[in-house]
Design a protein. Structure first.
Length: 238
């Protein structure tokens, strides 16, 4: 092989495989050898070999044909790969023909499910952490442990009313500033925010500013002076 040919080969289409699969294949239950077989199948696809045989895979590995055949069977049995029939036009005759290929679709479906479960678990853990911090914030502001009824009320705000932890903490802060630190007042704040479609602290802040602006703009109503009434029965002033 001359130097230029070697350089040209190095510039061929590079091998590409999702990096996240390298990170998660162990969690999916794949062995190192099975994962390597999947990589060879993927590369052979790129070279136009859609249904590689155990012998073709073995030619690129140190594993014998029998071992590669076993890995393929295990991958099929565990639903990491599947053989699909695809209808396409023959380049020479133009007729529709059925061709078979080894599909890696199942392994990517499993990867998606694994990532979705992991993301859901992380969100659940974050939610539990945020809720724990919210209870601690209430106990700090009230300077005492919360009663079971108070804890139940916070849980209702979270689960039944669907308030965000930040929004509940904002209502708590509003009650502290207003000098009305009690659960009834906090519940009234949250009820008002929900009635007005407020779902975050920024919207709550704008709502509060709007209310204060209307109060400042409203004309002061002076108390009416008492005036003598006419007593119709006595025929004079009452």
């Amino acid at each position: 092989m001359n130097r230029q040919r070697a350089v040209n080969m190095m510039q061929e289409t590079p091998f590409t495989f999702p990096a996240v699969l390298f990170q998660c294949y162990k969690q999916l239950g794949l062995t190192d050898m099975q994962f390597l077989v999947l990589q060879h199948i993927h590369q052979l696809h790129q070279e136009g070999i859609r249904l590689p045989s155990p012998a073709q895979i073995s030619d690129r590995m140190t594993a014998p044909i029998q071992e590669c055949s076993r890995h393929l069977k295990d991958l099929m049995g565990s639903r990491f790969i599947e053989i699909k029939e695809i209808e396409e036009s023959d380049k020479q005759t133009g007729k529709e023909v059925i061709v078979e290929e080894i599909s890696l679709g199942p392994v990517f479906e499993k990867l998606y499910e694994c990532l979705s479960d992991k993301d859901l678990e992380e969100k659940e853990n974050t939610k539990k952490t945020d809720e724990g911090e919210l209870f601690e914030t209430f106990e700090t502001e009230f300077a005492r442990p919360l009663s079971p009824m108070e804890m139940e009320m916070i849980s209702m705000w979270l689960d039944e009313d669907g308030h965000d932890t930040d929004l509940i903490a904002g209502a708590l802060k509003e009650s502290v500033i207003s000098g009305k630190l009690n659960f009834r007042y906090i519940d009234r704040i949250l009820h008002d925010w929900k009635r007005n479609g407020i779902k975050n602290l920024e919207a709550a802040k704008k709502h509060g500013e709007s209310i204060r602006s209307r109060r400042l703009a409203a004309p002061e109503v002076k108390a009416a002076k008492p005036h003598p009434g006419y007593n119709w029965l006595e025929g004079g002033n009452g």
